[in-house]
Design a protein around this ligand. Structure first.
Ligand SMILES: [Ca+2]
Ligand SMILES: [Ca+2]
Ligand SMILES: [Ca+2]
Length: 221
């Protein structure tokens, strides 16, 4: 009975060792499988992509109003002051016509019809802008006393579009002159007004007088 009991105990001990080893192997196997599975899902969880573009600066200006036309009319010879001072027309402010010396043919009034040049910075960088125009001799080659009454000048109107130095005084057309050395490009305020003054003697012969092109040149500020 004692022998059987010892045999039974030995058998039970061996069985329990086998079961224990088997359980340990099964557990290790499961753990290994779990580690492989978690490594696989971790690789697919997140990744980052990138989109990019490089935009270079663009220097560009545009005349949104590119013509100053003083119109068709006659010189007011009945006003002696016009003979003394000549005809003096300007787009300054809403326009001036000194002593009403030029009468419009369209409505027989001295109303100023000409508008200003409007220059827009439609680039993507601030610009330094120069103006070049033919001088007053485009109109005529006056000599003697009347010559002093011949004048052709421009000025820029002061506003917030020029962040640098703006030429705001009447300036003779001629060689290239920088009118604004830091012309703002952002659309909130990117336009400059350029006014023109034309003066000529009261005995100017009839005819159509037109200058060749007035140029506006821009470079990056
Ligand atoms: Ca004006
Ligand atoms: Ca602009
Ligand atoms: Ca402006």
């Amino acid at each position: 009975m004692e022998n059987i009991s010892n045999k039974t105990l030995a058998t039970l001990l061996i069985a329990s060792i086998v079961i224990s080893l088997g359980g340990t192997l099964i557990s290790l196997n499961k753990l290994s499988n779990q580690q492989v599975a978690s490594a696989t899902t971790g690789r697919a969880q997140q990744d980052l992509g990138t989109a990019s573009i490089t935009i270079q600066t663009s220097v560009s200006i545009l005349l949104s109003t590119d013509t100053i036309a003083f119109g068709t009319g006659w010189i007011n010879g009945s006003n002696p002051t016009c003979g003394t001072n000549g005809v003096n027309l300007s787009t300054e402010g809403s326009g001036t016509n000194d002593d009403d010396c030029f009468i419009n043919a369209s409505d027989s009034t001295p109303a100023m019809l000409a508008t200003d040049f409007i220059l827009n910075n439609d680039g993507t960088v601030n610009a330094s802008v120069a103006i070049i125009g033919p001088n007053k001799t485009f109109l005529m080659s006056q000599t003697g006393a009347q010559h002093t009454k011949l004048n052709f000048t421009w000025q820029a109107v002061d506003d917030d579009s020029c962040l640098g130095t703006l030429v705001t005084g009447w300036t003779e057309f001629g060689a290239s002159t920088t009118l604004c050395d830091d012309f703002n490009w952002t659309d909130a305020d990117d336009d400059l007004t350029i006014e023109v003054n034309l003066r000529f003697p009261s005995d100017q012969a009839s005819g159509t007088y037109s200058n060749s092109s007035i140029e506006f040149n821009a470079v990056q500020a």
